[in-house]
Design a protein around this ligand. Structure first.
Ligand SMILES: N[C@@H](CCC(=O)N[C@@H](CS)C(=O)NCC(=O)O)C(=O)O
Length: 218
């Protein structure tokens, strides 16, 4: 089976960004297949992926869906995707899982759009409560584990950073009030070469892939 990583529209697909970062960080060789999303229940995605969702990875006989499962699969191949040490690894897995299962308020109010400036939009009690929790997660993790560099666990951009990269993208697009520490973390993630590459991929997508419901918020 030729290795393939199926992804949705880069401009919008926050989960695809996670899967793509994880696969790239692990150095897996996989053809990247971008499928334009229709904004839910895309027939093309249903045809490709067992769960009907992207990202979906086929690699060396393995079929992997769900971004957190992709993180674990990639970490089997490239263990440095999780930080070294039981305590740090426990924190990284916990905050990655909390992202994977939560922050619905933020995700609903501030859908990812890498091509717009929606500064000031999307702030409601649910999204602001999620952002407050994310601020605590980032500050506590960086204070305990991040001394050696700008990322959550220091110098290396790892699976936990990959899980939060689309959160950073949302915060950059919607510009809610943030602490100086959170802003610095967002700037570091945005400047990472892989994140920059994803933004460049999104910028080159055909205009016909854009969806009115995500482009007309302002
Ligand atoms: N829990 C899944 C979520 C994946 C997901 O919701 N993907 C969206 C794109 S961001 C999707 O495939 N939507 C189907 C569609 O828009 O048709 C994961 O972690 O990978």
């Amino acid at each position: 089976m030729a290795a393939k990583l199926y992804l949705g529209t880069a401009r919008y697909s926050s989960w695809s960004l996670r899967g793509w970062l994880l696969v790239r960080l692990a150095g897996l060789q996989a053809e990247e297949v971008f499928v334009p999303l229709a904004g839910g229940d895309s027939p093309e995605v249903k045809k490709i992926s067992p769960s009907g969702l992207v990202p979906y990875l086929e690699h060396d006989g393995a079929k992997v869906w769900e971004s957190l499962a992709i993180a674990e699969y990639c970490a089997d191949i490239s263990p440095a995707l999780w930080p070294a040490g039981r305590v740090a690894k426990a924190r990284a897995r916990s905050i990655a899982a909390e992202m994977h299962s939560g922050f619905r308020g933020l995700r609903m109010a501030m859908p990812m759009n890498l091509g717009r400036d929606y500064a000031g939009l999307g702030q409601n009690p649910e999204s602001l409560a999620d952002i407050a929790r994310i601020e605590v997660i980032w500050a506590e993790t960086r204070a305990q584990f991040g001394a050696g560099g700008p990322y959550l666990f220091g110098a290396g951009f790892n699976a936990a950073d990959a899980m939060y990269a689309p959160v950073v993208a949302r915060l950059l697009t919607y510009a809610p009030p943030l602490s100086a520490g959170a802003k610095a973390y967002c700037d570091a993630v945005r400047a990472h070469p892989l994140v920059a590459e994803w933004y460049a991929i999104a910028a080159k997508e055909p205009r016909s892939w854009q969806l009115e419901k995500y482009e007309s918020l302002a």
